[in-house]
Design a protein around this ligand. Structure first.
Ligand code: SF4
Length: 789
């Protein structure tokens, strides 16, 4: 039986109409201010040519220039961008000294030429005219010299006190240079303390490995060896550490001509990019993912002798009959896959579940999950570390705080009240690309240099040392993280380049080696090696037995997720990211409250209805998005919206902030949510129903076996394409582009790449609502089957 294919709940419930495009052909009035805001960085990127200059230091083009490069044409440079401390190798095109396009560095051992949407977005962020342009003290413009003078005076006093009252709140970092600076700062200020903060922390991954192995390790997933993958809330293909190499390995497994295709099971609350690619998917409330995983371990106990001790878990965590069938089949498939089996757990899930996955992977001798030492300097970069710092700040124990982490006043859970605590610290320094919510409360604010303007180093996900070289002199006044830290050592005049070169001099004393590293963008052979670690089964079982067997608080749950477009909010002022449809909901320019159709019906709300979401704090106003495939009795919301600072005008006021729904003890999900319909409605700029197919087949889906037996599904797509134009001969070279939809994960990278390559403009929320978005590429997402399946 052919199952219906549909794009949205609306489309399923209404017969297709001839055309859904909305609004008049001619655009209505748009203010000059609005146009300039939307053009913003795109216009700067296209027009700034004459105002730019190269960096002062010698930069080195990539050693293996792509063949199409000829003298006078663009050059390519290897460099990197970092996200939460992990580097991705980049190859950046520069036309006459102006960076114009970011690609992946093909030789980089970790990412091997692949990048995602966030790396692509960096090019527009570089040219954003709303970036912070001058050093500020108490919101008044100052110079870098003023900052250095003030820092010297504070540093002298702090040194006399041995650093008592000095705190550093850093971006998670793997940089060898920053590690060295931290060490020197501690030597100079023995009582100073370092903490790291990220709104998307990996704390639970690290805690899970501590529980399982008695030490902190990170799992290096290798999807190229996986034949059966179980994802427990692990968005392996879009929002996890190592996503970029994962996607490449996953794509390689999707070609049936080179070997068996991998089978993917996903257990999750909200439909993710990974869930969209799963062969089998189970939707459960977020707090039930852990119970499902432990029940799965209990089932494996009967089939894998090394796991026999976990048998009591099967009784302790009884599953709903539907979930139990899923778990039974999955357990058998994992055992059958043996070394090709992989159980992956997402960073939002508790340590006990991570430890359970380690136990399974280890017992099955999985070739797809190796353990290696983490690349980051600080393991604890979540609310736990921030809570301690906020308490010290409130208690008056902090005299000076230096912040290089991204925007904690916005990203911290609301119960920490970090912004207010920061206002109480006598001396504060904040380094930032924008005058954001934290900048508004800090004393000194130093503009950050963009990655394409600055020197530095970091380790990639596999540990490979990767270098960052600037392609352009800073567009605005600014400083690198190393320069701000060096200011507290009385060395603020030493540029990042001087520090970097000197630090690596012991390893690369000669210029030739150094120049090769910079030209390549990385040091070959520096990936951290996987280690053999023993699993502490007794500790894992003891922790698993402490997990409550059933939900103790009935009712709705909140489920907070990173946003596919703006991440934790740091890309919110990039217009491309705002107009990029979310890969699952196809929503642009805001976030929404994702609710399953069944739960929405029970609540009496429809698409676009406004609701108040409440959880132990002031309620949040959010529009409802009906989300097929979403678990019942919970609401998913993404981070990064509801921005308030005047320094980021493009994103100010878009969507809603999730801070009041997040708490230090429940950063990601939890029970107790109230959903109150308010009676109002809003207009959502969702692209999912745009560009009607006028009744034609919108997607073809079949199995490999069927395709081999009979090709009837393809029959209608063969033959000469229909065209208004007379056939024409094209002599010489012909170019074509094909996308293998079996490998496509729907990640959206090609949409941003196209926008970046062709400088395609954005049109704004109102015009997207009228189907006037200008993307040349469109990634569609279809549902198949019945609504409540
Ligand atoms: S075709 Fe586009 S959406 Fe699909 S995987 Fe490639 S980049 Fe991502």
């Amino acid at each position: 039986m052919k199952l219906p294919i549909w794009r949205s709940v609306d489309e399923l419930q209404r017969p297709p109409e001839p055309s859904r495009e909305l609004g008049a052909e001619a655009p209505d009035e748009l203010s000059r201010r609005g146009i300039l805001q939307l053009l913003g960085a795109s216009a700067a990127m296209a027009t700034l040519g004459g105002c730019l200059k190269p960096p002062d230091e010698k930069i080195l083009p990539y050693t293996r220039q792509p063949p199409e490069v000829t003298p006078g044409n663009p050059l390519h440079y290897a460099t990197c961008s970092t996200l939460d401390g992990r580097a991705t190798g980049l190859l950046v095109t520069a036309s006459e000294g102006r960076p114009t396009k970011i690609e992946g560095s093909p030789e980089h051992p970790s990412s091997r030429g692949a990048i995602g949407v966030l790396e692509q977005a960096e090019i527009l962020r570089l040219y954003d005219p709303q970036r912070l342009k001058v050093v500020q003290y108490q919101n008044q413009p100052r110079s870098w010299r003023d900052f250095l003078g003030a820092t010297l005076a504070i540093a002298r006093i702090l040194r006399e006190r041995g650093g008592e009252g000095l705190r550093f709140l850093m971006e998670p970092s793997s940089s060898p240079l920053i590690g060295h600076l931290r060490q020197r700062l501690i030597e100079n200020y023995p009582k100073a303390r370092f903490a790291s903060w990220s709104a998307i922390p990996l704390q639970q991954i690290h805690d899970g490995s501590q529980l399982a192995f008695g030490g902190v390790y990170e799992t290096r997933v290798d999807l190229s060896k996986a034949t059966v993958v179980c994802s427990l809330d692990a968005d392996l293909l879009s929002a996890m550490p190592g996503t970029v190499p994962n996607m490449k390995a996953w794509a390689a497994k999707r070609d049936p001509s080179v070997g068996p295709m991998g089978r993917l099971y996903a257990v999750e609350a909200n439909l993710t990019v990974t869930g969209m690619n799963a062969d089998h998917r189970l939707r459960v409330k977020p707090t039930d993912v852990q119970r499902f995983g432990l029940a799965l371990l209990g089932r494996l106990a009967g089939q894998v002798p090394l796991l026999a001790r976990y048998a009591p878990l099967a009784q302790r965590f009884p599953l709903h009959p539907r979930d139990a069938r899923f778990a039974d089949v999955l357990a058998k498939d994992l055992v059958r896959a043996g070394r090709g089996a992989l159980v992956a757990v997402g960073p939002r899930q508790p340590p006990a579940l991570h430890a359970a996955a380690h136990a399974i992977n280890s017992a099955l001798s999985s070739d797809c999950a190796a353990q290696a030492k983490p690349v980051l300097h600080e393991m604890d970069a979540g609310p736990r570390a921030l809570k301690q710092l906020a308490e010290e700040m409130r208690a008056g124990k902090v005299d000076t705080v230096v912040i290089t982490a991204w925007n904690p006043a916005y990203g911290a859970p609301s119960d920490l009240n970090f912004g207010k605590a920061l206002s109480q610290v006598p001396h504060s320094v904040y380094r930032s690309l924008y005058a954001d919510e934290t900048a508004e409360r800090a004393g000194w604010v130093v503009p950050a240099l963009h990655p394409l303007e600055s020197w530095g180093d970091a380790r990639a996900h596999d540990g490979t040392v990767t270098f960052r070289q600037p392609l352009i002199a800073p567009l605005y006044a600014g400083a690198g993280e190393a320069e701000v830290l060096a200011a507290f050592l009385g060395e603020g005049d030493r540029t990042s380049y001087t520090q970097l070169r000197e630090f690596w001099k012991t390893t690369a004393p000669d210029e030739l080696t150094w120049e090769k590293w910079i030209a390549d963008g990385f040091i070959d052979g520096t990936a951290t090696r996987p280690e053999t670690v023993l699993v502490r089964h007794d500790a894992i079982l003891a922790e698993a037995m402490k997990v409550p067997p059933a939900e103790t608080i009935a009712g709705m749950e909140i489920n907070i997720v990173p946003d596919y477009r703006v991440w934790d909010g740091r890309f919110a002022n990039v217009a491309w990211m705002q107009e990029l449809p979310d890969p699952v909901t196809k929503l642009t320019w805001e976030n929404g409250a994702l609710i399953s159709p069944a739960t929405a019906a029970a609540l009496g709300v429809k698409q676009g209805d406004l609701v108040d979401l409440g959880l132990r704090g002031p309620p949040v106003l959010a529009p409802v998005i009906l989300a097929p495939g979403h678990a019942d009795d919970c609401v998913s919301v993404s981070m990064g919206y509801g921005r308030r600072s005047a320094g980021e005008m493009l994103c100010k006021g878009l969507g809603f902030d999730t801070a009041t729904l997040r708490h230090a003890e429940g950063h990601w999900f939890g029970p107790g949510l109230t959903v109150t319909p308010l009676g109002g409605k809003t207009r959502l700029a969702q692209t999912q129903e745009h560009h009607s197919m006028e009744g034609r087949t919108i997607a073809v889906s079949t199995t490999l076996r069927k395709l081999k037996e009979t090709q009837e599904e393809l029959a209608g797509h063969r033959g000469p394409p229909l065209s208004y134009h007379a056939p024409q001969e094209y002599p010489g070279h012909k170019w074509g582009m094909a996308i293998d939809l079996s490998r496509c994960t729907g990640c959206n990278s090609c949409m941003v790449a196209c926008q970046s390559e062709n400088n395609v403009p954005v049109v704004g929320k109102d015009r997207v609502w009228r189907s006037r978005e200008m993307h040349w590429l469109r990634i569609d997402r279809y549902f198949m089957g019945e609504l409540d399946n």
